[in-house]
Write a protein that binds this ligand. Sequence first.
Ligand code: SF4
Length: 403
Amino acid sequence: MRGHAARQGAALGELVIVNTCAVTTEAERQARQAIRRAHRDRPGAHIVVTGCAAQIDPARWAALPGVSRVLGNEDKLRPDAWTPAALGAGDRVSDIMAATETAAHLVTEFSGRSRAFVQVQQGCDHRCTFCIIPFGRGPSRSVPIGAVVEQVRALVRSGYREVVLTGVDVTSYGSDLPGRPALGQMVRRLLALVPELERLRLSSLDPVEIDEDLWRLLAEEPRLMPHLHLSLQAGADLVLKRMKRRHLTDDVRRVVDRARALRPGIGFGADVIAGFPTETEALFADTLDFLRELALPYLHVFPYSERPGTPAARMPAIPVGERRERAARLRALGAENAASFHRGLVGQIVRVLAETAGGGHSEQFAPVRLVGEEGAGDGRTPGEVVEARVTGIDDKGVVAKAA
Ligand code: SF4
């Protein structure tokens, strides 16, 4: 969006873009706060509001003081939405459910980040009962392989050594493309066509949709990072069914076992919702037991937040305090799992993508603090890959010394 606005001659100094998120009520509250702050601090600026919350309910955002324009999620990616004349031309929010393709957007720099992100898929055809995302992002559509390759090449040329492939429902990649290439096939071609890419990581995966090509790559391809982030959400079958997820706990057990057999020492992340409607203390205990059994180290825990218009918002709710308390227990378990995963790395050599002068993440996605002589920071350049021996753990991750 910044690139389009600059190329169309908009005065960037007088433009504030607020890209809203609708995934929780809290995310929307923060977006409203950001708009109020922008209006207060820069009263003359054009404030353009876009993103999922704006797509779902444009009128609500257009009514906020200081907002010049509301743009839909497809509309924000059209260059002509950003001409100086268009900035005062009223709202433009097209029907996202009618979107049939997703454009590739050549981005060559992520300011302040050492890893680059490439969106290969957009939208979602599933209807998990808690989720509003399909109404903000529209149906599932994929970026053709050629465009993904071109984008990754451009990023590698700009100096990025690690690329993360992202999407709303990335495991549904390809079903709308000619020949229906699955995610694994796309990743295989990408790695073959961009041999200079050192590290490739995948964002959140749906556990039951990992295809055979992807499994083979996990076993054979060292440039595919030994790290899977699973869209798990709960560890109790009844809750998973009420969420209308497509996996049960046994499916996840099989995925985790298979991945560990193919790539010993692989790191796992998982998204988990605490206090989903109807989740009794016993069902919650099942989730805790399951996550303890699977020993997944990197848990992203969210207390359940109702989204008006979703089926889950009409189910019997758990009190908010209870949701927060369960989230805290899940996070505590996550910290225990992470500590034991990190203890297992002590003595090993890890390859770290430096994000700051003093640390970054290993291939398994363990947070690494790099120390030099006498425990001082190691003075690394962000973006560089460092081999280091893990000497211990701290409360955030592992401590390692350049090997
Ligand atoms: S698969 Fe993900 S994006 Fe799609 S409805 Fe379910 S939670 Fe939402």
